[in-house]
Write a protein that binds this ligand. Structure first.
Ligand code: SAM
Length: 511
């Protein structure tokens, strides 16, 4: 089969589900154009994984991922929600509530759904993502009615996960909220600006406005025009007057639109303000539109996942470090997760700096405060530490790599090298904890990438596999494929260079 020939691949489309006597004909969904050359093989592998599912065929037919049509069932729920184009350039990771906020480092929901099907997770299982990020695993669990427990250190990401996965089972709430928001916005704007010219009102005056909840921060006048600051201040004020999901939905909508509100340099994912201030920013309109879009996504999710989707009350998100939060021993059936891939040249903390500054009244603390507990943070260690001591004892690949790449004179390289070693120690601690939390026979899908350290590629996939094996997590399979979504690292050219390979590592708890 020629690589990436989606037409030929689809033409071949018979997928054998369960025992050979239980054949179900399926038409695979078209795959994307910007994928690596092994795209067809990867697609096929995910279909095969699903064909090994212990789920009853009737239910599996509706849950299949990356499939357009199932004989005697019709279009699976994902396909109906996603409505992919016959020819698309990249994975669409924005179906339903997945698209409520951009996030560098998301993994494709298609992969998560295929793995949930492979594991046979259903309403009687509990699935965990200890690096919940923006909630991809959580949203897929919600859509398929699977109880979910997540852990996430960054309060903004934890909020994304909660709002995206635990939305109410009725879109009316958001429509009403959007109306109330517009009324509040217009009234608050008029009350404060009156007949004055907004261009004459200083940033300091906006921050002193009664009802404002954005504290002053460095370079505020460069990050926001006056109208954008006032609009954000009014929107945050409205959000903070709400409770529960409604509050987080408004704040999430503000954050999602921050790249159109603030003077954020959209080509740069780090915290830099643009030299050219954004003109004619109407925060009221942007946020109201986003809330309406979110309402539409809820309706579409409910309509396409009828009979599968749960109430949302079984989505739990712990805000904290995976190395501090304790889950019950043997309380988890399966884990699907993706940690940072080592030391991040760009940290997750910096990407959404302007959202943190604007939403701190709700987020509670500045995520920079947690940087020492953020796995893969470049601030984590100094080279004098004993970083890597535990991993060295347990992983041959770790020893071989760091012996081949000894300490040198370059202080920056030294710091990175030590931080990478610390990262490996942290992965060992994560493996120990996951093994404790899993039931016997429970399975893990761990998505990790191999990054460069200097001129060499650190084989993190092999190191993690060796480390986890010492924790009682038996390696079952490793699927190597560069994952690309329309909202991830693939749009960051230098990330593309640093992350050489990605793998889905599969493990089973044996002891
Ligand atoms: C690769 S991202 C996960 C993205 C996620 N799979 C998604 O699709 O959105 C890794 C996440 O780990 C989080 N993280 C880093 N250190 C952590 C820690 N000690 N405990 C829990 N989460 C942590 C980061 O904030 C980041 O959101």
């Amino acid at each position: 089969m020629p690589p990436n020939d989606t037409a030929e691949f689809r033409g071949a489309g018979v997928l054998v589900l369960g025992a050979p006597d239980k054949r179900m004909k399926v038409l695979p969904a078209p795959f994307v154009r910007n994928g690596p050359p092994d795209q067809a093989a990867f697609h096929r592998r995910l279909l095969e994984l699903q064909s090994e599912s212990p789920l009853p065929l009737a239910s599996l037919g509706h849950r299949l991922s990356m499939v357009e049509e199932v004989e005697a069932v019709g279009q699976p729920s994902q396909h109906r929600l996603e409505k992919p184009r016959p020819i698309s350039v990249s994975w669409n990771s924005n179906y339903g509530s997945h698209g409520w906020h951009r996030y560098v480092g998301r993994f494709p929901p298609h992969v998560v759904r295929a793995l949930l099907n492979h594991f046979g997770a259903d309403s009687r299982s509990v699935v965990c993502d200890p690096f919940a990020g923006s909630g991809t695993t959580a949203v897929e669990c919600r859509l398929l009615g699977i109880p979910f427990v997540g852990i996430e250190i960054c309060p903004l990401s934890a909020m994304m996960t909660r709002a995206k996965a635990a939305f109410p089972s009725d879109s009316k709430l958001l429509l009403t909220l959007a109306q109330c928001f517009v009324a509040h916005y217009d009234a608050a704007w008029k009350a404060f600006v009156g007949n004055r010219n907004i261009a004459k009102i200083s940033h300091a005056e906006v921050l002193e406005r009664k009802g404002n909840q954005i504290p002053p921060f460095a370079n505020v006048e460069r990050w926001f025009t006056r109208e954008a600051l006032l609009g954000t201040s009014i929107a945050v004020e409205f959000g903070m007057q709400q409770q529960g999901f409604a509050r987080e939905a408004v704040l999430l909508a503000i954050s999602a639109k921050m790249r159109s509100i603030g003077n954020v340099d959209v080509d740069v994912v780090r915290a830099e303000y643009s030299k050219t201030p954004r003109r004619n920013v109407n925060v009221g309109k942007l946020v109201a539109r986003q809330l309406m879009k979110m309402a539409g996504d809820i309706s579409a999710s409910l309509a396409t996942h009828e009979g599968l989707i749960s109430s949302g009350s079984d989505i739990t998100v712990h805000e904290g470090s995976v190395l501090d939060v304790e889950l019950g021993e043997g309380s988890i059936h399966h884990i699907i997760t993706s940690p940072p891939y080592g030391i991040e040249a760009i940290s997750y903390l910096r990407t959404h700096l302007l959202s943190y500054r604007s939403l701190v009244a709700h987020l509670g603390h500045d995520p920079y405060d947690a940087r020492n507990k953020t796995i893969g943070s470049e601030y984590l260690t100094d080279i004098e530490s004993d970083a890597g001591r535990r991993a060295r004892e347990r992983s041959k690949a770790f020893r071989a790599f760091f012996e081949k790449n000894p300490q040198g004179d370059d202080a920056k390289y030294e710091q990175r090298r030590a931080a990478m070693m610390q990262f490996c120690d942290d992965m060992l601690s994560v493996g120990e904890r996951m093994a404790r939390w899993l039931k016997r026979g429970g399975q893990v899908a761990f998505v990790i990438g191999n990054k460069r350290l200097g001129d060499e590629i650190l084989p993190m996939d092999t190191i993690v596999t060796e480390l986890f094996a010492t924790c009682g997590l038996e390696p079952v399979d490793a699927i190597r494929h560069k994952l690309k979504t329309n909202n991830s690292n693939s749009q960051v050219p230098w990330q593309e260079r640093i992350i050489q390979e990605e793998s889905i590592l599969l493990f089973k708890r044996t002891t």
